[in-house]
Write a protein that binds this ligand. Structure first.
Ligand code: ADP
Ligand code: TRP
Length: 327
């Protein structure tokens, strides 16, 4: 049985889980978790979110939002392991141990640290150390495969370096994980055409109530071709998003509308909004049922935490023994 593991940060100011997270991480992750030969560990990286989210209430709410999204898309928590990162504090101890083996220049060269430190006002040591905590998230659970987006490739390379250099020095201790990066999964564009991201305020959160969701869809930037004139579907953000969600017939019909003229961007946005509501009606309903019943989420997470701890503790024990700490 192969163990696959991945995490989504509970960052953002409003618990946003956006279409990029869904198409890029949640749906592919759940598909992998359904294969009989896999066992999936999916968690909510709330310790990582502390690097950017300082408000306790917001972070707590975000954890529920990310959890509800995984559950609404049908993650089977009985077959698999579903937990909150901070419920297994063993990961913090392992992070300390491995910090003491991680070369400073390796962290200083991380792209994501460079990007974040260029864009954020609060450049804290947690942000710098983020990749070591992420490495520990993975190797604390003896994970074999880690499905992530292209943006996480370097973090996975660091994880492999950290795990294998420890093994080299102290003998087999960690499973050295492999990244599962689907180069074909395109980055979902945001309302401004850049990568959809919580950090850019250009996202579509499919779980929002109708009115707020419609408002986000209406924000998609388009050019100023007048209503009557034909439009180029292939250079339009609305069409790009529609294409990711619609079936072939729907896509062809919208393409014809674009090319035919007398079809405005407002019509296309309305069609996209209606498609999201229709396509994700079950998930939206389930999400809100869960968000109104947070005890149920807590209960599932606490069962997951117990399962996760049962795997984490023996791994940490191996490390303590190797390092000569009291066990
Ligand atoms: P954000 O950029 O909004 O902060 P995260 O870094 O929390 O998103 O990403 C969580 C997961 O969702 C990662 O596996 C990432 O690869 C995937 N993901 C995020 N944005 C997109 C996108 N626009 N298209 C495809 N996948 C994405
Ligand atoms: N850094 C990941 C992201 O921003 C989230 C994450 C934290 C993660 N720990 C992980 C992903 C471990 C995979 C495995 O998307």
């Amino acid at each position: 049985m192969a163990r696959i593991l991945t995490g989504i940060q509970s960052s953002g100011q409003n618990g946003e889980v956006h279409l990029g997270n869904i198409l890029g991480a949640i749906e592919p992750g759940i598909a992998l978790s359904k294969k009989a030969e896999n066992e999936a560990f999916f968690f909510i990286a709330d310790l990582h979110s502390l690097t950017t989210v300082k408000d306790a209430g917001i972070r707590k709410e975000n954890v529920y939002a990310v959890a509800a999204a995984w559950l609404a898309f049908g993650f089977d928590t009985e077959k698999n392991v579903f937990y909150r990162q901070s419920d297994v504090p063993e990961v913090c101890e392992l992070t300390w141990h491995l910090n003491c083996f991680t070369p400073f220049p390796m962290l200083a060269n991380a792209h994501s640290f460079k990007d974040k430190s260029d864009n954020l006002a609060d450049i804290n040591a947690g942000l710098f150390d983020y990749p070591v905590l992420m490495a520990c998230d993975i190797i604390l659970y003896d994970a074999d495969f880690v499905p992530v987006g292209k943006d996480q490739k370097q973090h996975l390379e660091m994880t492999r370096d950290i795990a294998s250099s420890f093994n080299h020095r102290y003998g087999e201790t960690f499973v050295v994980p492999e990244a599962l990066i689907d180069e074909n999964v395109m980055l979902v564009p945001g309302t401004d055409g850049r990568k959809m991201s919580k950090s850019y305020d250009n996202y579509i959160n499919i779980f929002l109530p109708d009115k707020a969701l419609r408002k986000q869809v209406m924000k998609i930037e388009t050019d100023s071709t007048p209503l009557e004139e034909p439009k180029n579907p292939d250079s339009c953000n609305v069409f790009a998003l529609y294409q990711l969600l619609a079936n072939e017939t729907e896509v062809e019909s919208m393409r014809k509308n674009y090319l035919g003229g007398n079809y405005g961007y407002g019509h296309a946005k309305q069609a996209l909004f209606e498609l999201i509501v229709k396509k994700y009606s079950l998930q939206r309903k389930k999400y809100w049922e869960l968000m109104e019943n947070k005890e149920q989420i807590d209960q599932l997470l606490s069962i997951g935490a117990e399962k996760a701890k049962a795997i984490a503790k023996p791994v940490l024990k191996r490390v303590r023994e190797k390092l000569g700490f009291n066990v």
